[in-house]
Design a binder for this molecule. Structure first.
Ligand code: GLN
Length: 189
């Protein structure tokens, strides 16, 4: 399958490596024309304000929103999750606004703004997966159609709504491809 990674900035190379490691073809996406050729797309971590601006400037925002609404599997990691959220509790900006989640940016504050841990996420892997959080957001509430996949310290850090997957953390920065395999399964359907 051809799995895209939005290629403006952020953890693009790392996602590409995991896609290739799971036996699929990574495609760095920078132009709207590329969207038609994809089986799924990953929105990487980075800086959501910058990525949102670049989505608008390149004319990608609306075509990408439409492709996702039409069923294109999408996975947002960290800043990518912020791009997907319909609601941002501490920011007046909205980006793709396709997923029925409310998200708090930089939710872990500045003191402990980066940490790692691990968690059992039965839907994704039978073994614990490592979770890396970097100035991470978390989900403060979810709509009816959204399934919570993982909580850390009571906060929602992974969720799924149909063709959309959102994680606060960065599986691409670990050696564990469980989330990339899980997303590839979403793309196969
Ligand atoms: N704090 C960043 C933002 O708000 C996200 C950080 C990340 O993607 N690692 O966009």
């Amino acid at each position: 399958m051809r799995i895209g990674v939005l290629g403006f900035q952020g953890a693009v190379i790392e996602h590409r490596q995991h896609i290739a490691a799971t036996g699929h073809e990574p495609v760095v996406v920078r132009y709207p024309e590329q969207l038609a050729t994809l089986d799924g797309i990953i929105l990487p971590g980075g800086e959501s304000t910058t990525m949102g601006k670049l989505l608008n400037r390149t004319g990608m925002m609306e075509p990408l929103r439409q492709r996702i609404a039409a069923g294109l599997p999408v996975w947002g990691t960290c800043a990518g999750m912020i791009l997907l959220a319909k609601e941002l509790v501490n920011d007046s900006t909205r980006h793709l606004a396709v997923m029925d989640i409310a998200v708090k940016r930089n939710a872990y504050g500045t003191q402990i703004d980066s940490f790692d841990t691990d968690a059992f996420i039965p839907e994704v892997s039978p073994e614990a997966v490592p979770l890396v959080f970097i100035r991470a957001p978390y989900i403060t509430s979810v709509g009816e159609g959204v399934r919570v996949l993982c909580r850390v310290d009571g906060h929602i850090v992974a969720a799924r709504e149909g063709n959309m997957l959102a994680t606060s953390f960065h599986p691409e920065l670990t050696g564990n491809s469980a989330f990339h395999l899980y997303f590839a399964e979403m793309c196969r359907r």
